[in-house]
Every structure is written in structure tokens, then in C-alpha cells.
Write a protein that binds this ligand. Sequence first.
Ligand code: AHR
Length: 506
Amino acid sequence: MSPALTLTVNPAFRVAPVRRRTFGAFVEHLGRCVYTGIHEPDHPSADEDGFRTDVLELTRELGVSSVRYPGGNFVSGYKWEDGVGPLEQRPARHDLAWHSTEPNTVGLDEFMAWAKKAEVEPMYAMNLGTRGVEEALDVLQYANAPQGIELSDQRAANGSPQPHGIRMWCLGNEMDGPWQTGHKTAEEYARVATEAARAMRQEDPDLELIACGSSNSQMPTFGAWENTVLTEAYDFVDMISAHAYYSEKDGDQASFLASADDMDYFIDSVVATADHVRAKLKRDKRIMVSFDEWNIWYQHRAESRPPSGDDWPVAPVLLEDVYSAMDAVVFGNLLISLLRHSDRVASASLAQLVNVIAPIMTEPGGRVWKQTTFHPFSLTSRHAKGEVLDVRLQSPTFENQRFGTSTSGDAVATWDEETGDLTVFVVNRDASGPLDLGVDLTAFAGLELVEALTLHHEDPYVANTADAPDTVTPQKNDTIALTDGRLTGELPAISWSIIRLSRTGA
Ligand code: AHR
């Protein structure tokens, strides 16, 4: 007998409705994300606008709801005007964030054309690093104003007569980070973000505006930054951003497997700070979290090091991390954490979509394939429907350096009352062995098991490649069975599973 993981799922344990925006992603002008990622006019699959249709197909299959653009660190030195208008008049410029040359072949209008084809909602990040209120208004008017003023007429002349209708706007990117072009103190940022937001709301009061939170929960100013920024910007913004990247460091596998504990802590802390400001200012409105960068990222590896010296390449190979089976399990657990915080996480963006720390990989002129992380994302996006349900969990634990003691199992469920679909997402994040799963579903009448899939590999470090793209894929878990409202089965060590049930007609 293996140690037992016991879950209790009940329709009364409601957290919030599943939000489609939880399944956002991110396209930055970084490495090969844009050029030879989404856009490659010479590729055999390219459409009339130069977009790779093989990547478009996988983006739709991934189930991406929204896409943040154009950065990231890139945006803090970006001039949006460089990327619109006749191609032959667009300047090439140095991108200081990634020490690359930006050819500006793709800009706002091209991205919006791509977003339409990919069937995703855009989220546009503005430059508050080297620029300010004036640029914020200009790019907003160019994108969203109906024809009849200079900037919207310019957009129409550039081929987009209809307003783009972008609702979500990020007020800069990671402005607390000393690596950011135009990095600011909390006070400096609070000022410019508030003034940009106030002006943008004069143009359109219904926008959804996102202030920069701390770049990660390890920043020395984490908490204090959110407090200062929200104290000034509270009435003008809707969300505050959170960013987090995880990786196995110095062979500490156990802490890596427990990464979702940090995401839980991070979200809870940002929410606590936002609610502290709410109480202080005596406001009714609640600030939500935009978790607009999250992923596994091996930042110390050579592929994350930007070029240097006189080398300013166009679309270099950068951040092309290759994800293992274990990475996909941790990744699936991060999705569980995001879902269970659906009451306060209003939007999230997987960073990034193609080639750059991405679920989709391409060869220039060649193949496209799915990384291991593609699978938990697409299955969660497709099957998380209705209401998010908190899951009561009795679990063995394991020790790790970073968090002390963590539960071996972690889970969340979603319940669609209308269709009768119940889905349980569960991980065994303990490397020491399998768990005997028992799920009490007696609070639901007449369920039948539809499908149980488990992502696991005997070698947790094995990955998918262009030559062997299906090395790690979710497989049918034949041990899972449903008897008298109780699910039982086995979850292998270091595994992520999705268990789908549905109400029978009876
Ligand atoms: O996603 C890669 C980089 O990570 C982004 O450009 C930046 O915002 C973050 O530090």
C-alpha cells in the first residue's frame, strides 16, 4: 500500500467562476518569439500576412484566451510608433533589454491581425520606462479611437479602419527591477502610473488598467512597493501585476516540486496588501491580481544570456528552455494554484507562447512541436469550466529546503452545474513514490467517469524534442475507477493528472 491522498470535493466549496482570462499567454519581442515564432513570411505554412499557420493552429489548440504584448523588459525602451506604417519606413533600433536589433517588421497592427486569427484577446503593455503620459495617450488613441482624429486616421491609413478595441492595458513592466530600462522607485512609479491611468480614463473610462506590482516575491521591496503604488493609484487601476518564474536550483528537486507553495504565498500576500490599502483608503472596490508572467525558467542557463559587445543580432536564440516531464508537473501545479485563486486572480499570462520559455517550439523554415508543458495547459484550459471548487485534502507531506514541509498531493476541481461536468486536477509532487488516491464525490449525484489522464515519465528529466515530440504526453490512467461516489486509483511519483467525470442522464 502506498501513502493515501484523500480529497473531498463538494459543490458547496465554491471559490469563483472559472475565468477564461486565467489562460492567457505572452508574446514579447524577445529572441525568436515574434520573428520565426509567430511571424515568418518565408515559411511554407505562412499565410498572406506572413504568420505561421502551424503556430496559429497550435495556439488555438493550446486554448489561449488572451495574449500580452509587446513586452516584458523590451517594452520599457520601445517606441510603438516605430512598429506602425509602411514597412520600408520603419526604423531598426537597438533593443537594450535583450541586446538585440529590433527590425520593427511586426508592430501593433500586425499583432492585432494575428490576435484575431489566433482568436485571443489582446493585453497591451505600455512603455513607462523611457516614456510617460503622452505616449500612453497616443498609443491608446491610435489603437482604440474611432476615426476622425489624427492618430486614429493614421491607423486607418495603415490598413485598420476599425478601432482595435483593446480593453486590458499594463502600465509599464517590472518597474521595480534595476534591470529595467527607466527603472523607478515606488514613489516615482506610483506618480507616473497614476497620471497615465488618469489620462487614459479621461479618454475611455471603461479600460481595465494594470499597475506594476513587484517583479517577484523575493524582491527586497515586495509588499512595500505594492502598498506605495496602490495607495496613490487605487482609484485609477483595476489590477496589480505579479510575476513568478520557478526552476530547480542546485539540484534541490524537492523545493522545485513544491513551487506552487510560493505561488500561493505570493498571491495571498499581494491580495493582503491590496486589501490593506482598501481598508486604509476606506474604499469598496477590490483590486484584483493580474498574474501576467508565470512559468518555469532556468535563468542561469547559457540560453538565457543575452548577446553582448558589438553583437546586436535580430531574433537570436534566447531563453529557449527545453521542458522535462517534471517541469510539466510543476507547471500543472502552478495552474492549480492560479485556478484556486480565481476569486482574486482576474487574469494570468503564461510567459511566453512560442520559442521563448514556451509550450510551442519552432524551427526557422521547419517544424513545430509541443513541449511537455503544452499538455497541462491545453487540458486545463479546455476542461476547467463552470465554478472553481476548493478541494479539502488529507495528504502525506515531504520536507524541502525552501518551504519546510509541503503536502505530497495538491488539487483543485471545477464543476459545471449546467452540463454536469466535474473535473479534478491533481498532482503527486512527491518524488519518493506513488500515492493511493481516494476522492469523496458523494455530494454529487449520478456521476460517471469520462476519462483519467496522467502526465508522468519514469525519467522525470526527459523532454520532448523536434525528433521525438511525443516522448512525454498524458496517458490514460487505467487505475482510476469510480465506485459508489468514490474515486480510487494510483498517482505515480512526480505526476500531474486530470480526471473528468460527468452527470449521467439518469
Ligand atoms: O519573460 C521574460 C522576461 O521576464 C520579461 O521580459 C520580463 O518582464 C521578466 O523579467
